[in-house]
Design a protein around this ligand. Structure first.
Ligand code: MN
Length: 306
């Protein structure tokens, strides 16, 4: 008897909670519905979106296996440049992703089952597959917590514009099925935040964008936090002291707002003009509905090309 080994994996740089949770949940589903020996493994490391709170749940990833004949399923990635390094294309049997752009590419591989859809989170898709299979017993409390965390992270607390109604339905049903209270959501974000805050300076510096977009200052930082309770303004100012002009987009998930801190000559006027909004003072502009940095840069580019 040689049982088929299936390895569920994701991207090569790091795995976020959406990839981490969906890999584990899909493993549990396939274990239930197929005869294959299914494992979920990665050569990459989980990032800050997978805090100890999540790693301590009863489900986790498997160790890597060395099996020449195994088949691969890829979740949360469809750009072949970013596949986990253990994967070779001839061994892929399925790809499920929500980053669009490679649908045409995979259409010429008839042996690979693909599902690439515009949706907030891959965890939503896996939740739907579990419901369709009828095996709701898979969705115990810890499994629900995993999938909820993936949805919350990738949709920014369901407030990002990429959030679909399917994500909202999955989120609400998972809360009920797993008997998970909304407190868990806050706990989850706080746990991620305390990981980031441990090395606040590094977190900002490693993520700085230095790129000219319209009237925006050339140096733009971003941090996504629950609220400003743990945000260190002094450290922020220290980081940006080296730059003649800068801005920092702080996305507040509880309020659903962007706090844009800035510095440099004329930046205030340029931002007020771009957003058609008065600043609170000489260092802060508040957007009533948050925008991600990439959306702000897009807006600035569009405005300057008009
Ligand atoms: Mn994702």
């Amino acid at each position: 008897m040689n049982m088929q080994n299936i390895v569920i994996t994701s991207g090569c740089k790091y795995v976020d909670i959406d990839a981490y949770a969906s890999m584990i949940a899909y493993r549990e589903l396939l274990k239930t519905t197929s005869d294959a020996n299914v494992i979920a493994s990665t050569t990459a490391t989980p990032n800050q979106s997978v805090p100890p709170l999540i790693l301590d749940l009863k489900y986790s990833l498997d160790d890597l296996t060395k099996d020449e004949n195994c088949k691969y399923i890829l979740l949360d990635v469809s750009n072949p440049d970013f596949f986990d390094t253990q994967v070779t294309v001839d061994k892929i049997v399925e790809i499920i992703d929500h980053h669009t752009g490679f649908e045409q590419h995979w259409a010429s591989y008839p042996n690979i089952k693909t599902q690439i859809e515009f949706i907030g989170s891959i965890c939503t898709l896996i939740y739907e597959k579990i419901i369709e299979s009828g095996h709701t017993e898979i969705l115990d409390t810890d499994m629900c917590k995993l999938l909820i965390a993936g949805i919350l992270d990738n949709t920014l607390n369901l407030k990002s514009s990429i959030t679909t109604d399917r994500d909202r339905v999955a989120y609400n049903e998972l809360l009920k099925l797993g008997n998970v209270s909304e407190d868990f959501c806050k706990e989850y974000f706080s746990a991620c935040e305390s990981g980031v805050m441990k090395d606040f300076e590094k977190a900002i510096r490693d993520d700085l964008k230095v790129e000219k977009a319209g009237v925006l200052p050339e140096v733009i930082g971003q941090m996504i936090v629950l609220n400003l309770d743990n945000f260190d303004h002094e450290k922020m100012n220290k980081i940006f002291a080296d730059y003649p002009e800068w801005m920092m987009n702080v996305v507040l998930l509880e309020e659903g707002k962007s706090y844009i801190y800035f510095g440099g000559d004329g930046v205030k006027q340029r931002l007020e003009h771009l957003f058609d909004k008065r600043c609170e003072n000489d260092e802060l502009l508040i957007l009533d509905k948050f925008l991600l940095r990439k959306q702000i840069m897009e807006k600035a580019r569009e405005a300057s090309s008009m």
